[in-house]
Ligand binder design. Structure first.
Ligand code: SF4
Length: 336
């Protein structure tokens, strides 16, 4: 268990919907539905799914940015194991939060335009009140240098930087407190493709230098493919497939994963999978389908799929939630 920096057990989050003048509860949205998984120390777990699949809510739950409806979140840090994160009081939470950081999606709105780059990177260090001003300055210069920021530019404001440089500032801010675990929520999605590659390489370099564990959230399977060791695919708040990267790309077992793979842009026409068009939008989470949540859009659905919800089953280290996992021979995204 201590190999795992994070263990998530049966985590759920429901949001009540209120209607009318009397604000009566009219419905419940199940954003995250009984999700369990682990992340090993030093690995990168990719979390992928369409918009509305619950991946961002899951990321916020394990940071306790929002409180879950049910479940457990256990951290094993280098100096403290079995930390029941959801039971920490305010003071304990503040201390523990330095070990867990987040890199946000939008490099434009996530940086305070009135603060210099030096002050943005130093913000958490100042709030912790454990370092002197000269120690903070040294740490800021060290981390800015590692993130390939020009040290001459530390006195400038965020508006003077490009999107890629701003994301480097965001990464430097997250890593300044030497976190053990970082949640990257669509951290490269807003950037150009060439800048995306630079930032992904920076994440990898920082992982090698500082032994960081990442949860890398993205809607695009091609982005998580470049950085992840293992990948979890989510659909409507549930895990539908989980495997190491190679197994997932060579042998996808869930029709939703197959459809996501067919959407990966591939410049070589001989390698490209024929696109699989999913019918309609992701269903309304206030009105979930019966049986398998994916059945209204699945090309392989049967009568059983409409009535019975599939559970997440193990095939070695490969987990799949599909009634027809053994019999379907889905298209591979052969690249390895
Ligand atoms: Fe498709 Fe049925 Fe599998 Fe759901 S259980 S993914 S509907 S084949």
């Amino acid at each position: 268990m201590e190999d795992n920096i994070l263990v998530v057990k049966n985590l759920s989050k429901e949001f009540p919907i209120y209607k009318g003048l009397l604000r009566k509860k009219s419905a419940t949205v199940k954003a995250v539905n009984d999700v369990s998984f682990e992340i090993k120390r030093g690995e990168t777990l990719g979390l992928v799914g369409e918009s509305g699949s619950g991946k961002t809510t899951l990321g916020r739950l394990i940071l306790r940015a929002i409180e879950p409806t049910a479940g457990e979140v256990i951290y094993n840090f280098a100096d403290e194991t079995n930390v029941d994160f959801l039971k920490l009081n305010k003071k304990q939470l503040k201390k523990t939060r330095t070990k867990i950081q987040m890199v946000f999606q939008d490099p434009y709105s996530s940086l305070n335009p009135r603060m210099t780059v030096r002050d943005i990177i130093a913000e958490t260090l100042v709030a912790n009140k454990t370092m002197s001003r000269s120690e903070i300055d040294n740490r800021v210069r060290e981390i800015a240098d590692l993130c390939k920021l020009n040290l001459e530019h530390l006195r400038r404001f965020p508006h003077a930087f490009s999107g890629g440089q701003r994301q480097r500032i965001g990464i430097a801010r997250a890593l300044a407190v030497n976190p053990e675990f970082v949640v990257c929520d669509e951290s490269v999605s807003a950037l150009d493709v060439s800048v995306q590659a630079e930032i992904i390489n920076l994440f990898k370099e920082m992982q090698a230098i500082k032994d960081i564990t990442y949860l890398f959230i993205a809607h695009d399977l091609s982005i998580v493919e470049h950085i992840s060791d293992r990948i979890i695919v989510m659909y409507l708040g549930q895990i539908v497939e989980e495997a190491d990267k190679r197994t997932l790309f060579e042998n996808p077992m869930h029709p939703y994963t197959e459809a996501l793979m067919s959407a990966i842009p591939e410049p070589d026409p001989l390698r490209k999978m024929a696109p699989i068009f999913l019918e309609g939008e992701i269903p309304n989470p206030m009105n979930l389908p019966t049986g398998c949540y994916f059945h209204p859009r699945c090309h392989y659905a049967t009568e059983k799929c409409k009535k019975e919800m599939p559970c997440l089953r193990c095939f070695g280290n490969h987990k799949v939630a599909c009634h027809r996992a053994e019999e379907l021979h889905l298209k591979q995204y052969i690249k390895y």
